[in-house]
Ligand binder design. Structure first.
Ligand SMILES: Cc1ncc(COP(=O)(O)O)c(C=O)c1O
Length: 391
């Protein structure tokens, strides 16, 4: 695994000495630098006042946009701070210029909250939804996607790395098709941001959303939104306030010209600058090095689990992420997760409702989700597998 500075990563993550934290797809452990940023800002607010603390944090607040611009290969004006990935996605999605009869293409792996928004728009506005099936590897079937496109198609909404499965959807190939057909491309990068390189120009998406607390290792209650500069001029945010727009004479108003038209005036400043620290920390480690290590650790975990007779691993996809899902022959996922947590190994349980279109997930009725990050180790994987099968 090359020259990755594991000792530093673990020293910066003190809880990794006590815990096997395989819940990075839920909420990762914040590195010290991130937690210190948040705590120092809260302390400053306590000592000098919230507005005064914000004024003194202005350089870090400004750098939030530059840090994300570097991470995503975009312009700082294309980035907005939003409190979580769901609202980030919603702010762009509910602003899309859609009419009755327009159709939205999505995939079986689409995240539940996004799919609910599609259903709400279908009910409210009469847009149609086309669910593109998976190929034999479980990822969006590119040929089926091509075939599903009609003259009514307007949008492709895709989840890059699903919440409930190790697969990585082919975001770049989908972007190519979106471009060829002039479709709006909305990518949910909630689980990919922080574990995979994300280049919005290469992907070709108009919208990309993500959260702070997962693989980016930021604080809870933070997220971000990317909207392509030219495209965002066509979007009318579902809500506006005096930060997103300004009133004009004659009962009119003018929206901000950048992606911050999707933000609100009030925000969690400590969290926002904490997330900025998390992105700077990641950029310093190097996204490619992080990604290579995450993918390798997850592959090892999958292999070790699959070698156990009581364990079935359920991840699909040609390329796989840091998310590993499995079930035990004789123990429900929820009790396995509780048992593992009690033994010092954090995991989540993925439920069928997390991705309602996924037939395989529905059949499983829940699986344990173990998600690794670069600060995890081979030794933790070995101990974890012993705990899983140790009963
Ligand atoms: C793929 C995916 N999209 C969106 C979300 C929602 O993120 P948030 O909880 O920050 O709104 C999640 C959360 O688990 C997710 O896994």
């Amino acid at each position: 695994m090359g020259t990755f500075d594991l000792a530093r990563a673990r020293a910066d993550t003190p809880a990794s000495e006590r815990l096997i934290h395989f819940n990075n797809a839920g909420a990762s452990l914040m590195p010290n630098a991130v937690a210190d940023t948040v705590l120092a800002h809260l302390d400053l607010e306590r000592r000098i006042g919230g507005y005064e603390a914000e004024a003194s944090a202005q350089p870090a607040i400004n750098d939030f946009y530059d840090a994300f611009a570097t991470l995503l290969n975009c312009d700082r004006g294309e980035v907005a701070y939003i409190e979580n990935a769901t609202r980030a996605w919603d702010m762009a999605f509910y602003a899309l210029p859609l009419r009755a009869g327009d159709r939205i293409l999505t995939h079986e792996s689409e995240y539940a909250s996004n799919y609910l928004a599609l259903l709400q728009l279908a009910q409210r506005q009469g847009v149609g939804i086309d669910v593109v099936p998976s190929d034999s590897d479980g990822q969006i079937d590119i040929d089926s996607l091509r075939r599903a496109i009609s003259s009514e198609s307007r949008v492709i909404a895709l989840t890059h790395v699903p919440t409930h499965n190790g697969l990585i959807n082919p975001a770049v190939a989908v972007g190519q098709i979106a471009r060829e057909h002039g479709l709006i491309y909305v990518l949910d990068a909630c689980q990919s941001a922080g574990q995979l390189p994300l280049d919005v120009k290469q992907i070709g998406c108009h919208v990309l959303s993500g959260t702070g607390r997962k693989f980016l290792r930021g604080p809870r209650g933070t997220g971000f939104l990317y909207v392509e500069q030219e495209f965002l001029q066509m979007l009318d945010p579902p809500f506006v306030d005096m930060h997103a727009a300004r009133p004009l004479q004659a009962a009119a108003f003018e929206l901000r010209s950048d992606a911050r038209r999707f933000e609100t005036w009030e925000s969690y400043v400590a969290g926002r600058i904490g997330l900025r620290t998390a992105v700077r920390y990641l950029l310093e480690l190097g996204v490619d090095a992080v990604s290579a290590r995450v993918v390798a650790l997850a592959a090892r975990l999958r292999e070790s689990l699959a070698a156990e007779t009581r364990v079935a691993v359920h991840d699909r996809g040609v390329s796989k992420s840091g998310i590993v899902t499995f079930t035990l022959a004789d123990e429900p996922a929820s009790s396995a997760a509780t048992r593992l947590r009690a033994a010092g190994a954090n995991v989540s349980v993925t439920i069928a409702d997390a991705a309602p279109l996924d037939v395989q997930l529905r059949r499983l009725q829940g699986a344990v989700r173990a998600s690794v990050h670069y600060y995890n180790t081979d030794d933790e994987i070995d101990r974890f597998v012993s705990l899983v099968v140790g009963g």
